[in-house]
Design a protein around this ligand. Sequence first.
Ligand code: PLP
Length: 378
Amino acid sequence: MFDNIIDFIQDIYQTKDFIPLHEPRFFGNEKKYLNECIDSTYVSSVGMFVNEFEDRIANYVGTKYAVSTSSGTSALHVSLLLANVERGDEVITQPLTFVATCNAISYCGAYPVFVDVDRDTMGLSPVALREFLDSNTTISNNKCINNSTGKVIKACIPMHTFGNPCKVDEIKVICDEYNICLIEDAAESLGSLYKGKHTGTYGEMGIMSFNGNKIITAGGGGCIVTDNEALAKQAKHLTTTAKIPHKWAFNHDQVGYNYRMPNVNAALLVAQLEQLDSFLNSKRKLASHYKAFFTNKRIDFVTETEGAKSNYWLNVLILDNLEQRDLFLEITNAAGVMTRPVWALMSKLPMFKDCQKGNLSNAEWLEDRAVNIPSSVI
Ligand SMILES: Cc1ncc(COP(=O)(O)O)c(C=O)c1O
């Protein structure tokens, strides 16, 4: 029954061979810049491509600063440390996310608290967030105290799921009201805007990932974007082993991390960033083909919500129920068209199952129905 979908996707990618979910594209200056990087011998953590990439990505998203990191996960970890998240604290996030969001919270010795997503954006719901905070917390000494655990809720990490912006302006207002630091997990949403402003730039800090499956990639890498000079400086310091800059002396003033992005990765990223706009155009075209195909079919194709401009990183279909979802996954994957369910909800994973959660009915609804379909640049 899904044969016409398989034919359609094979037509789009003009192949009957295996079609992956998201393949990187290296159409530009990647090899040229890599050669320049190798010739310079500066392949490691200092070098002109690191600085150039940081300048260019900050300029692209519209923040004053960007600090490159070894991965999106390390960017999240450092952002949480800079938000002063400490052992025993709590951080609100959504259950529908990649495990890295919650792992980073755990690296700080803190606990995730799960609040539901909206069905349309698939990201943290401001209504559910307010509801949770209103009924479960008290502000005391400018801190947001969770009444049931007595712990401090220090930060909130909404995620722009599959590139689809969540209602982050409303989330920001609520976080400000409750003295909670807003860190956006924009790992998947480079190129996505909400109300004309780049995702990742509403929060005190935003993070991005350049893992192999992302819209632009260096194989691995990440960054923190912020307008706050002190945070940017601290982020650079912490991600570079907290070494006090000096021509020859090795001195470190706190426990730091080796979370630097190597210059080779930055060389690749400078080339990838040059192509981002054309990747975004291609992905919008692909999404519009999918939208036209799925209109009037019994399967919903997820499109951007009002005020949002999605990068359509991974396209999403909503099937009728779990049975239909599994049938769809079975048939498409057997035909060599890669499709995937969304992540198992974080609130169900063994290491997070005892963490506090609100009503997660939208996340559960999506978990049973949403699938990703091939989304590589065409
Ligand atoms: C939502 C989300 N957060 C964080 C990450 C972590 O990024 P990385 O793989 O670069 O560590 C990813 C992707 O990998 C992600 O999709």
